[in-house]
Design a protein around this ligand. Structure first.
Ligand SMILES: [Zn+2]
Length: 113
């Protein structure tokens, strides 16, 4: 048998799979929500990816941001329970990398300094 659980509010014994206390209707948080922490990788990758697109033409800073966004997105893909944000972060990171290469490539062809 799984160890008995008790409502943190009213102290009544709970059904092991209960999400709401039958007695006082308090919402209970299952310990199985482990994806809640790891999903942050995807969010960070997404934000960095967006930043990488916004700060285009800041060169080295953009390169660092988009590389980090792609790396964190990769971590998110393996650890996040929801891989959507991590995937978008990686795509934005790759897009930022391409825009970096294109921008620096153009500067090489047409030096402005
Ligand atoms: Zn209760």
């Amino acid at each position: 048998m799984i160890g008995n659980r008790y409502c943190p509010k009213c102290g009544k014994e709970l059904n092991p799979s209960a999400e709401i206390c039958n007695s006082c209707k308090t919402k209970l948080f299952q310990s199985s929500h482990s994806g809640q922490v790891s999903i942050k990788y995807g969010i960070v990758a997404l934000i960095l990816g967006i930043v990488g697109i916004i700060i285009v033409s800041t060169f080295l800073l953009q390169l660092i941001v988009v590389v980090v966004a792609t790396m964190i997105g990769g971590i998110g893909l393996s650890r996040d329970s929801d891989k959507t944000l991590a995937t978008i972060g990686i795509l934005l990171g790759i897009g930022g990398l391409i825009s970096f290469v294109v921008t620096t490539g153009f500067l090489g062809l047409y030096p402005v300094m």
